[in-house]
Design a protein around this ligand. Structure first.
Ligand code: HGY
Ligand code: MN
Ligand code: MN
Length: 421
């Protein structure tokens, strides 16, 4: 029995209400922080899995704790599959939308397709990845890497701030690291991966557009680096005799900023986390541990900037009697989105009577890991003031509903193409 199609406003209101409920699942009361394999991650799997099961999807957890909700092809059969989804882990003090929107929009879209009595000639699987951000462990995109058979075994040995290894955390979560290989999805069966995500930038708002189609995802290098100097008494060590690791970092940080500014317009370089040790106010810092995140729309400017930063850091360290060591956590090249799926998203947006434009993504996404093995595409939703990784992250619920409707229409196009194969 078919029901009246929900309007984009109704789809948006439903999407927003689910996002509001999911945002209450946090490791830090009073703000949204949900890191990989944390108690809040477990509770979010229960909540989102319940939404999936209530809508007739069968659910399961893979070996890296990705929640998977599946609707079989109408008429059964071991046919091909369309993958949807995004990540449900967050940064610290996050907004409600980053990642979560892609999972919730997929759930609402599949429910609406069923309400409209539409049959799909392929299976659909919604993937709720638990480790896209790489906040607890330096292992960004590890869940989607497992789904594509590109998981890096060394991630299992990385440790969080409490010294717990990723492997130990997986076992404590009830997962078996020895079975990670089984999480890989056979590319021969996959039509494509579609990810709905907030833009996290200002362009759609500047253009006055609710939706945009992503052309490529900027490559990124994320590193850790350590500066070693000499801890000393703040009251007795003369300024000229100090090997102060923090002032060394300060000079390096300004060099990073200058190099970032001097590169191509889409080159960005960020030191987002710094630990000053031993951390006493009356002690000259002897050691500093910092993060470095460098991205660009193309690989060459990013790699040139990395070389320049490393050279400047070594020069400044030497001048100050410090040593510097770098550790690479992630190095992902710029990834192009699939042309055919981009066109399908664009046709869906145009069918809504909306103008559509295409734009690159400066932020990383699970789609960049999924694109290693499957055709992948992303639909961006306008971000108010371009804000993200911030509790002020917000998109108009009508824009959310338009994205759900565009996802529905994209799936209907893929269904037509599949029937015609
Ligand atoms: O950092 C990123 O690009 C993404 O938000 N994980
Ligand atoms: Mn993010
Ligand atoms: Mn994200």
């Amino acid at each position: 029995m078919t029901e009246t199609a929900r309007t984009p406003a109704e789809l948006g209101a439903l999407t927003q209400s689910l996002l509001d409920d999911l945002a209450l699942v946090t490791d830090e009361p009073g703000r949204v922080t949900r890191t990989y394999l944390s108690p809040a991650h477990a509770r979010s799997i229960d909540l989102v899995g319940g939404w999936m099961r209530a809508r007739g999807l069968t659910t399961g957890l893979d070996a890296v704790a990705t929640l998977r909700g599946r609707r079989d092809a109408d008429g059964g059969g071991a046919g091909r599959i369309v993958l949807l989804g995004s990540h449900i882990d967050t940064v610290v003090d996050a907004g409600k939308l980053d990642g979560c929107l892609g999972v919730v929009a997929s759930i609402v879209a599949l429910e609406e397709i069923a309400r409209r009595g539409v049959r799909l000639p392929f299976a659909v699987e919604i993937l709720a990845f638990g480790d896209e951000e790489g906040v607890r462990f330096p292992s960004p995109l590890s869940s989607s890497s497992a789904a594509t058979g590109t998981y890096r075994r060394e991630w299992l040995d990385v440790r969080d701030r409490d010294g717990i290894s990723l492997a130990e955390a997986l076992r404590a979560f009830g997962c078996d690291p020895a079975r990670i290989g089984e999480a890989a999805i056979d590319p021969a069966r996959v039509i494509g991966f579609l990810e709905v995500h907030i833009e996290q930038g200002p362009r759609l708002e500047d253009w006055g557009l609710p939706l945009g189609v992503v052309t490529s995802i900027a490559g990124q290098t994320r590193m850790g680096f350590t500066l070693e100097g000499m801890a000393g008494h703040a009251g007795t060590v003369p300024m000229g005799l100090r090997r102060d690791a923090f002032t060394g970092l300060a000079e390096i940080a300004l060099a990073v900023e200058r190099i970032g500014r001097e590169g191509t317009s889409d080159l960005v370089a960020t030191i987002g986390r710094v630990a000053v040790l031993p951390g006493a106010g009356n002690t000259v810092p002897g050691r500093v541990e910092a993060s470095l995140d460098v991205r660009a729309g193309a690989d060459a400017p990013r790699l040139v900037a990395l070389d320049r930063i490393r050279h400047q850091a070594e020069r400044i360290a030497k001048k100050r009697g410090l040593t510097v060591a770098f550790e690479r956590h992630v190095d992902v090249p710029t990834v192009a989105m699939d042309d055919g799926l981009q066109d399908a998203f664009a046709r869906a947006v145009l069918s809504l009577g909306l103008d559509t434009r295409r734009l690159p993504s400066g932020a990383g996404h699970d789609a960049m890991a999924m694109a290693r093995r499957f055709p992948a595409a992303m639909l961006f939703v306008r971000s108010k003031d371009g804000i993200s990784h911030n509790p002020r992250e917000w998109s108009d619920p009508l824009d959310l509903g338009l994205a759900v409707e565009a996802l529905i229409r994209t799936l209907l196009q893929l269904a037509e193409q599949e029937r015609a194969r």
